[in-house]
Ligand binder design. Structure first.
Ligand SMILES: [Zn+2]
Ligand SMILES: [Zn+2]
Length: 330
């Protein structure tokens, strides 16, 4: 048997339960969970905010774990390896998107906590290509949040080949934003942190921001940025965001704001501005990210709690009371 932390119904606190130990299918492996980060998407799934949750629901998709069993076609020599697992746990590997290296866009991909058991558990199963080896020098205790929050903000830099001469603004200095600042700085960019909470200014500079601005001052920052990475999930003054972009500038939306993003045609047309978004990234980009983290000494800043305090972490994250990510330890 394995133990899991599961929500019995929408919005309910997690309860500890037992399930039969999972058998890995072909190409799958079983990870014994060592650490698992808590992401805002876990809260959205617990609350069924996206309408795709099934209960009992075991959240947790920023897993660091040790391989304890492998399915057919997986090298048994991997047993004992420490690997990271994020939002995606499997893709078909034979569609044109998978074959082209865009596995995260596969139309039959498997998400770690959608219709299957996630990482707030003693064990979790994944396809071997989505369980990413940790390079030497990456601290497994703090690395979990890289596999969802981290790759989410690394993707707009690596997958869009952002120039190191670009001026990048990061809106929201939370679980995603604090990693985005570190990535953009190490990428070589000029970096501006935009926050509603100037108490975070000094820490934002330590994460790599050259400049810190208050969100309400955005209308004063005209034609300033080549790329705005927006990590917040509530509506902004979208016209002011667009006006803060230089010609050819781009808003990259990562916060899952549920209201429509209202922009006018003339926010886009005259200066050839654009709006993009992205869902994490591919296994290849995940591997590039962890190597980049080791090379540039980048890690999430986390607060550790034991796994049996997962409900405390959930309540505090819901109030925004965390600097900057929780990691639950087995
Ligand atoms: Zn596919
Ligand atoms: Zn996540």
């Amino acid at each position: 048997m394995i133990s899991v932390w599961q929500a019995p119904s929408a919005g309910a606190p997690l309860e500890c339960g037992q399930r039969p130990a999972p058998e890995p299918a072909a190409d799958e492996l079983v990870l014994e969970v060592m650490h698992c980060g808590l992401c805002h998407s876990d809260l959205s799934m617990i609350g069924n905010h996206w309408g795709v949750s099934r209960y009992p629901l075991v959240p947790g998709h920023e897993v660091i774990g040790r391989v304890t069993a492998v399915g057919e076609g997986v090298d048994p020599g991997l047993i004992g390896d420490v690997r990271g697992l994020g939002w995606i746990s499997g893709s078909c590997n034979h569609c044109s998107l998978c074959l082209g290296g865009d596995q995260n866009l596969c139309t039959s991909l498997e998400a770690t906590i959608v219709g299957r058991q996630g990482g707030f558990a003693s064990h979790v199963v994944a396809r071997q290509d989505w369980a990413i080896p940790l390079p030497p020098g990456l601290d497994p205790a703090d690395a979990g949040p890289l596999f969802c929050g981290g790759i989410t903000v690394f993707a707009p830099l690596v997958d869009e080949a952002v120039s190191p001469t670009a001026h990048v603004a990061v809106v929201g200095i939370g679980g995603l934003g604090h990693i985005a600042l570190q990535f953009a700085r190490a990428w070589g960019c000029e970096v501006t942190a935009i926050t509603t909470n100037l108490a975070k200014a000094e820490q934002a500079r330590r994460f790599g921001a050259h400049h810190v601005e208050e969100l309400e001052m955005l209308p004063d920052l005209q034609s300033r940025f080549d790329l705005v990475i927006n990590t917040v999930n509530h509506p902004l003054d979208w016209s002011a965001v667009m006006a803060s972009l230089r010609p050819r500038g781009r808003l990259h939306q990562l916060g899952a704001v549920l209201e429509p993003i209202q922009v006018g045609a003339f926010d886009l047309i005259p200066a050839r501005r654009s709006i993009t978004g992205s869902p994490t990234s591919s296994p290849a980009s995940l591997q590039k990210m962890v190597e980049f983290c080791v090379r540039h000494n980048i890690l999430p800043l986390v607060e550790h709690l034991p796994m049996d305090q997962v409900n405390v972490a959930i309540q505090r994250l819901a109030k925004g009371d965390v600097r900057y990510r929780f990691v639950l330890d087995a």
